[in-house]
Write a protein that binds this ligand. Structure first.
Ligand code: SAH
Length: 460
């Protein structure tokens, strides 16, 4: 079949792609259709044709997906941050569950019966809005030069004004509106990406779900802010819930949000939150799960899968601020944590001290290098937790991990594709997947989190 631009096809959408677009197939040829949902039967027009796939525009929905609902957010289409907001929450969960299963079967080559046996039902949220404890808002100039904030319209750097993302806390809007007002009042200019002029690039708001502490990070092009004291005073007076304000300096031409240098303009420069009965310190740059309600469920599953009895040596790899390792430390003999980000390691060390945990040690290192060294020194592990970034773990890490002989591995993943890739390596090395569960950490978006437990069947 020859596919050409502007041709119209009828297609059934089966999947969601990396940027939230619907994916349908015609004789093995994939069509990526923006704003289409799994279950839609739609007429689409090809806009860009490649060798094995094409991009297409939705012309008409002939039969809507049974899960289609009216999105709650008025700007959901322009924003694109919530790729599946037009799908009912129940259908979102079903979609995510089947995505994990399908990945394990189709890409992982696992037996479908075996996967059905080990998969538990996905853990969703009772109330799936306003779950994020972290918001990052880009600032820019409107046509008349006044500062605006909102979000980038899909794949562009055009800011669509909006201070109230429905995934974030209600406080965000109030704080951002105050910042905008005071920028006008004190003539603090927003950064202009085109000219490189202006001061305010981004504002980050992080909220401690359990503690209510709020950190505001102003990302500026210069450490010097005109009328800084008045600005800070106004912000604090109107929002006494803000416990710290950090100025972060990013003067480079980069899409990275945070720069290297930062200082606390007010308060301690970090906030604290509580999770699974422990207190955690969160700095501007350290990773901390964004959905605290679901994080407790996720960590609960990870602990259940680890079957700790109090005598084990445990490694928490890719440990961030040390959350998983610290929770495990209560049920293990000793815990090691390894993490690349220096700020996160510093927070982890402080967190352990604050919670009076003495059987944990943190190392700032590449997880693969660390494990290789451990294996070379003959170190042994009983249980390995790993929670790598989206890109997954590495073959070097997994090879070294196996040499340390853990009887159990608990893999926490935010990307099913790399999870499956890594699981195949572990299975080849003598591990067997025992249980798997998806946890919906990011309702309304297409992100999927899953936990898998593996047990060693034979010595490598
Ligand atoms: N387990 C933590 C953090 C998971 S996010 C939690 O639940 O909060 C993944 C973490 O891996 C990030 O903190 C990131 O800084 C870290 N990371 C990324 N690449 C790494 C590497 N090669 N070695 C060690 N840590 C790495």
């Amino acid at each position: 079949m020859g596919f050409e631009k502007n041709q119209i096809y009828t297609v059934t959408i089966e999947d969601i792609g990396a940027e939230g677009e619907g994916i349908g197939k015609i004789e093995g040829f994939s069509l990526f259709v923006k704003d289409a949902l799994p279950g839609d039967v739609a007429k689409v027009k090809l806009t860009k044709v490649r060798k094995n796939y094409a991009f297409a525009r939705l012309e008409e929905i002939i039969k809507p997906s049974p899960g289609r609902v009216e999105p709650c957010c008025p700007v959901s289409r322009q924003c694109g941050g919530c790729q599946i907001q037009a799908l009912s929450y129940g259908k979102q969960l079903a979609f995510k569950q089947s995505k994990v299963e399908n990945n394990l079967v189709r890409i992982g080559g696992f037996e479908p019966e075996m996967i059905r046996e080990i998969m538990e039902p996905i853990i969703g949220m009772e109330s799936p809005w306003r779950y994020r404890n972290k918001a990052q808002y880009p600032f820019g100039c409107s046509k008349d030069g006044t500062p605006v904030t909102g979000f980038y319209a899909g794949r562009t750097h055009v800011i669509i004004p909006n201070t109230d993302c429905l995934l974030g806390a209600r406080e965000n809007k109030r704080i951002l509106d105050t910042i905008l007002k005071h920028m006008r009042q004190y003539q603090v200019a927003a950064y202009d990406e085109g000219t490189g002029q202006g001061l305010v690039r981004h504002v980050l708001v992080r909220i401690g779900h359990a503690t209510g502490q709020i950190m505001v990070v102003l990302v500026l092009t210069s450490p010097v802010m005109p009328s800084k004291n008045n600005f800070m005073k106004a912000l604090r007076e109107l929002h006494p819930e803000i416990t710290t304000i950090v100025i972060n300096v990013n003067d480079r031409d980069t899409s990275m949000i945070l720069g290297e240098k930062e200082y606390a303009a007010y308060g301690r420069g970090y906030i604290e939150d509580e999770l699974c009965g422990m207190t955690f310190r969160i700095s501007p740059k350290s990773f901390y799960q964004v959905n605290p309600v679901q994080t407790e469920k996720l960590y609960g599953k990870a602990m259940e899968y680890a079957c700790l009895t109090g005598v084990e040596t445990v490694l928490d790899a890719y440990c961030g601020t040390g959350t998983i390792g610290m929770i495990a430390s209560r049920h293990a003999a000793s815990v090691l944590g390894v993490e690349l980000n220096r700020d996160a390691v510093r927070d982890a060390v402080n967190n352990a001290k604050q919670n009076q945990i003495s059987n944990i040690r943190f190392y700032e290192n590449d997880a693969g290098d660390f494990l290789l060294e451990l294996a070379q020194q003959g170190g042994k592990l009983d249980v390995l937790f790993l929670d790598p970034p989206r890109s997954g773990s590495s073959e070097a890490f997994l090879n070294a991990a196996v040499r340390t002989g853990p009887g159990r591995i608990v893999y926490i993943s935010c990307q099913p594709e790399t999870l499956v890739r890594d699981l195949r390596i572990l299975v080849r090395k003598g591990y067997k997947a025992e249980k798997c569960v998806a946890v919906d950490m990011f309702p309304y978006t297409d992100s999927i989190e899953a936990v898998v437990s593996l047990v060693r069947e034979k010595r490598a």
